[in-house]
Ligand binder design. Structure first.
Ligand SMILES: Nc1ncnc2c1ncn2[C@@H]1O[C@H](COP(=O)(O)OP(=O)(O)OP(=O)(O)O)[C@@H](O)[C@H]1O
Ligand SMILES: [Mg+2]
Length: 454
């Protein structure tokens, strides 16, 4: 079988080659005939590159008939893979069709590049036909349902073999179902048959040590991963260990303190802001309403402080009367912390009761912002993973006001922010009333930006 021009399935470095799989797992993937493959394990193991190379090789064998789709969870993640695909496919003579967000390979094969933020987005592909489906970071899908819907599109009118390739690291929101489908049934590299879905599967593990290209060009990579999460998650990421997870503390108290104590605020900071979470659960009863007050400084320590918080049970109809008190508290904090730029306002989830509250607040002239939809769509686990590198690089700290505070909520007196944040477990069903945890992970994304955490 002929490989696509410029993409080799073997390792014969030649001047005209644009990309070749590295020896080891990448090469195994490109040569593997099993129709459903999980590739990956450790961070930086060359997963994304392997997927891009696999498509090119697949297309090259199809006589121009291949129809593929490459999926990532969010738009920014997709942009990243599109950028890399340009480096690999443009030199092959493929054309990027920007409006269609698709690649037209020189022989006519066609690859769509799509993101799938919500599980329901998979419905729009009903009736499509694909013979190659690549899902990069499938661990970002807490539920396999959208991936199964995509599987239902697999067919080829031209007898091109239909294949699906997933990549994932342990420790993501989809950890459990991926482990059950691909990792537990057989040893790595041993194909196994799933009689329910009538498909052969195999798990091809890859480690960062297999990615010489990365380690040679970026020797600090492993150290950066080491400071991106709790110890058990770092082990999962570096060793590709699917057992090292679940049930372990994600945000430890120690990492949110400085030498065991709340971190002092500097004499001046950049600005303060607040995150409000007003969840309306099951449409009947108002859950708690939580607010977290934060301070951000980039000149000195490049840090985010949790300065104060509150959680209360408020009637939905009274939220608009409560919100101005949040603004006044922010103004007071801005003065107290000598915030150079004052308050940047209140951030509110743009869903459920938050939608109405945002409108009311705007009418009242309060400084409010809708939390970006992509952050909401990430879900609890996605946001925790996104916050993780910032937290474990020591950029997020309790200030004394937030650490020493104890309030009574639903008849429990304690530091609710501390107990919710340190009580969070990745992948575990979180009970109702984790509103301060939501505020906390939102605050990290709002104050410090998206990380490359996931
Ligand atoms: N076959 C290859 N040839 C050249 N460079 C490669 C190859 N495979 C990987 N790389 C390099 O290694 C880098 C990291 O690889 P890649 O992004 O595929 O890893 P990953 O497992 O997807 O990482 P992450 O866990 O961060 O998503 C790539 O950006 C690329 O520069
Ligand atoms: Mg990747």
């Amino acid at each position: 079988m002929a490989a696509a021009r410029g993409v080799s399935e073997t390792i014969e470095p030649a001047a005209h080659l644009v990309w070749a799989p590295q020896p080891g797992p990448q090469m195994d993937l490109l040569r593997c005939p099993v129709p459903d493959i999980l590739y990956g394990g450790s961070r930086g193991g060359g997963k994304t590159d392997a997927l891009l190379g696999d498509w090119a090789a697949h297309a090259g064998r199809s006589g121009g008939h291949a129809r593929g789709i490459m999926i990532r969870r969010t738009m920014p993640q997709l942009e990243e893979i599109i950028m890399r695909s340009r480096e690999l496919y443009s030199p092959l003579g493929a054309r990027w069709l920007a409006a269609a967000k698709s690649w037209l390979m020189p022989d006519g094969s066609y690859l769509r590049m799509r993101w799938m933020e919500r599980d329901a987005d998979a419905d729009q592909y009903q009736g499509h036909s694909y013979d190659w489906i690549g899902i990069d970071e499938a661990g970002g899908f807490a539920d396999p349902a959208p991936i199964d819907k995509m599987r239902a599109t697999m067919r080829s009118a031209h007898k091109v073999p239909c294949v699906m390739r997933l990549t994932a690291n342990p420790g993501g929101p989809g950890h459990q179902w991926i482990k059950e489908r691909y990792v537990l049934p057989a040893k790595p590299r041993v194909p196994h048959y799933d009689p329910v879905r009538r498909v052969w599967r195999v798990y091809i593990p890859s480690r960062v040590q297999d990615n010489r290209a990365l380690l040679d060009s970026d020797p600090g990579y492993i150290d950066r991963i080491k400071s991106s999460g709790p110890a058990w998650l770092v082990r999962a990421w570096l060793d590709g260990d699917w057992d090292a997870s679940a049930g372990d503390i994600f945000f430890t108290r120690e990492i949110l303190l400085q030498d065991g104590l709340p971190a002092p605020l500097p004499r001046r900071i950049d600005y303060v802001f607040a995150v409000v979470d007003t969840a309306l659960k099951d449409g009947l009863e108002h859950d708690g309403t939580a607010v977290l007050y934060c301070g951000r400084d980039s000149l000195g320590a490049d840090r985010l402080w949790w300065i104060d918080w509150d959680v209360l049970q408020i009637e939905g109809a009274l939220l608009d009367q409560w919100l101005p008190t949040v603004e006044r508290r922010l103004e007071a904090l801005a003065l107290e912390c000598q915030a150079r730029n004052g308050s940047s306002g209140i951030w509110i989830e743009d869903k459920a009761s938050g939608i109405v509250l945002l409108q009311q607040a705007q009418r009242m002239g309060l400084q409010v912002h809708a939390i970006p939809g992509n952050l909401t769509a990430m879900g609890k686990d996605g946001r925790a993973l996104n916050a993780s590198p910032h937290v474990y690089q020591g950029k997020v700290k309790f200030a004394a006001g937030a650490y020493d505070k104890i309030t009574t909520y639903r008849e429990v007196s304690r530091n609710h922010l501390l107990s919710q944040v340190t009580g969070y477990r990745l992948g575990a069903k979180t009970p109702h009333g984790m509103d301060l945890l939501d505020c906390a992970t939102y605050s990290v994304a709002i104050g410090l930006g998206n990380s490359d955490g996931y």
